[in-house]
Structures are given as C-alpha cells and as structure tokens.
Design a protein. Structure first.
Length: 301
C-alpha cells in the first residue's frame, strides 16, 4: 500500500472537528424549519458533487443493479428523516444532549445486524450497551427535570439514531459494489428529493431566509459533509474502522465546546455524568466488537 500524502490520524482529527460543527450550524440557521435546513444541506452537497461524479463516474451508473437502486432509495429516505428529526431535536434540547444521544447509532446498528443478519452478541458488547444506554437515561432524566420539552428533544435525537442506523443497514451491501462518491451522490440525491417533497407537503417556504441562514446551509454542505464524511472514508484506506469510530466518539465533546463558545450553552451535571457514561460505554462497545465485525459510527452528523 502506498504511503499516504499526509498523516491519516490528522485527517481523523480534522474530520471530527468538522462533524462537530453540524449541530451548532443547525442552531445558527434558526429562521428555517428543520426539514428546510436538511434539504439545503443535502441539495447543495449534491450540486457540489455533481460535476465530479458525472464526469469521472458516469459509466458506473450503467452497471447499477435494480436491487441496489431500491436499497439506495430506501437509504436516502431514511437519511432524509434522520436529518429532519435530529435537526428538529435541536429546537428542543441542548447540543450536548442531542449529539451524545444521536451518537448511540453503533448500538442500534449492532442490534439491527442481530435481528436482520443473526449476528451474535458477546458478553462485552451486551455490558457496554447497557452502560451506554444507562448514560442516555441519566441525560434524559436530567433534561426531564429541567423541562419536558427538553426530554422530547432527547427522544427525537434517539429516533434520529435509529433512522440513521436504518440508512446504514440499507447501504452496507450497496457500498461494496459502488464507489464511495457514486453511492453518496445517489443517496444524497434521493434524500434531497425526499426532503423537497416533504417540504412541499408541509408547506415550508424554500426562500425568504436571512443571509446568515444561507451561509449556515452552505457550511453544513461543506464542513460536516465533505471535510467530515469524506475525510473519514479517505482515512479508512490506512486506518481500521474501529480507529475511525473511536475518533468519532469525540464528536459530542467538540460539539459541546463549540456550543459553549458560540451559542453560550452550558452543560448540566446530568449531561456531564450521562455523557461521560455514554462515551465510556461506546468505547467499550467498539473495543468488544472490533474482532467480530467492523462497527462504524454514522458520518452523517
């Protein structure tokens, strides 16, 4: 294998920093509905990708099987609704709570592979899942003490983790047959079309937002999507999936720090305690499942 052009660990650090901006950017686009924010994040990403994919990878489209189109379409729909509910959760709860809870995705992914692919659990995986879920209960209990509205936001974030897991499960077989850019382009395109239809039905306005909201839309398409998602996938050529996943566990830490300095959000004792327990549980989970299979944390945040 050839030597990487720069240190892949540095790419992971940049990627984690990039995805950590996602929740804060959603909060900054405060004049737009969650579905509109999601719509423009994906639509702008598709438009940015289009010249490269259509020029370099256009021949690949001729060999895509019917079942791959079906799974890609389902994946795009699940991704669209993941963004809707997760972005909506940020209207009700803090960045810290929302990002920690949506980061539970690998737990749901492993549960999904158990039910759909009959993969067995190790005792270590079961214990680590219980620890991580206990941390999420502590966060939700603390938020409920503050406000029932915050608890509703926590539930939306958990639903977002479930939906992105469905997206992950739909795409894991397709990704083996398609290049990264082609698969991402197709799924983002289907997802953005789903969001356009959703916004039309919901009656959400596509225009009329202030300039800073449009900057947030563009930043979402560039930073967490390309500098996050793309760099993680590039680093996978030289680093293990477990190493990438370990790095992404730090996303809630970066997001909380950015939320403190940019949005003035503070972290409650229950968020500190619950979040620490969740991250500890995720570390144990990734370590306990590494030898059995590759477990990835979603790069869609």
């Amino acid at each position: 294998m050839r030597i990487p052009p720069f240190n892949p660990y540095f790419a992971v650090v940049i990627g984690v920093t990039a995805v950590s901006t996602s929740a804060v950017l959603v909060k900054l686009a405060d004049q737009a509905p969650a579905a509109i924010i999601a719509n423009y994040r994906l639509l702008l990403a598709v438009l940015i990708m289009a010249p490269y994919v259509l020029l370099k990878n256009r021949d690949e489209f001729r060999f895509i099987q019917k079942k791959d189109w079906i799974f890609s379409a389902l994946g795009g729909i699940f991704l669209a609704f993941h963004f809707i509910v997760w972005f909506e959760s940020l209207n009700y709860t803090s960045v810290a709570s929302s990002v920690v809870l949506v980061t539970l995705q690998p737990i749901f992914a492993f549960l999904g592979t158990y039910f759909f692919f009959q993969e067995r659990f190790s005792y270590g995986a079961i214990i680590s899942m219980i620890i991580a879920l206990l941390g999420s209960v502590i966060i939700s209990w603390g938020d409920f003490q503050l406000s029932g509205v915050a608890l509703f936001g926590d539930m939306l974030a958990l639903l977002g983790a479930v939906l992105v897991t469905a997206y992950f499960l739909m795409g894991q077989q397709v990704r083996k047959r398609l290049s990264l850019m082609t698969y991402t382009f197709i799924v983002y395109g289907i997802s953005s079309m789903t969001l356009i239809l959703y916004n039309l039905i919901a009656g959400n306005a596509f225009f009329g937002y202030p300039a800073d909201n449009w900057l947030a839309f563009l930043a979402l398409a560039i930073f967490p999507t390309f500098f996050g998602h793309t760099l993680f996938n590039w680093a996978l050529k030289w680093l293990s999936t477990a190493t990438i996943s370990m790095g992404i566990v730090f996303e809630p830490v970066g997001a909380s720090i950015l939320a403190y300095f940019i949005l003035g959000e503070t972290i409650t004792w229950s968020q500190w305690l619950g979040g620490s327990i969740v991250l500890f549980g995720l570390f144990l989970f990734i370590m306990s499942t590494t030898k059995k299979r590759n477990v990835t944390i979603s790069h869609q945040n």
